[in-house]
Design a protein around this ligand. Sequence first.
Ligand code: DGI
Ligand code: FE
Ligand code: FE
Length: 191
Amino acid sequence: MKINDATEAVKQQLTEKRFEHTLRVAETAVDLAKKNNISEEKAEFAAVFHDYAKFRSLEEMKRWILSSSLPNDLLHYHHELWHAPVGAILVREEQGIKDKELLGAIHYHTTGRAHMSVLEKVIFLADYIEPGRSFPGLDEVREMAQVDLDHACWLTSRNTIEFLMRKKSRIYPDTFHAYNDLTTSLNGGNE
Ligand code: DGI
Ligand code: FE
Ligand code: FE
């Protein structure tokens, strides 16, 4: 599949606004891929597809969670989380993308997880810092992204958990696992 075909396929799935967000995530992801010595092409594909399932109905996403190998505990957490793992399934089933690493980056783009690959970190971070986003603390993460991928992902993870706790939301275990793992890396493997 060519990147232009992927972009065209994704455009059919999204609103204009969400599609523009996707293009900005892709641009950011290519830049981060270059800086961190991974395939820019794979990062671009993963970014283009990352929100593929964003506008599927809750009923359809629920069905995919129940009928695939996805963990059913997702259903006990906010439905905002579902589009990421369901997106990975749909991109495989509907677009024929088989690359496990690429599908992992789509799957974990919202929560992160422990032991993320560099590609997973690039997509997780690009989604958070793309130039269309604006909220307090974001400039610090953008600056860190230019110099230290792990530290920037750690800030993203910490900010997300703080944000969710502030609004009394439940937090999915992978979100905590990402934070704990990145904290261990920042502390040089100790705690
Ligand atoms: O799809 P996007 O809007 O581009 O971004 P996203 O896929 O990162 O989704 C962002 C939302 O997901 C944001 O409002 C924070 C929320 N989120 C991330 N981790 C968790 C979470 N929400 C809950 N309830 N629990 C989590 O662990
Ligand atoms: Fe998303
Ligand atoms: Fe997104």
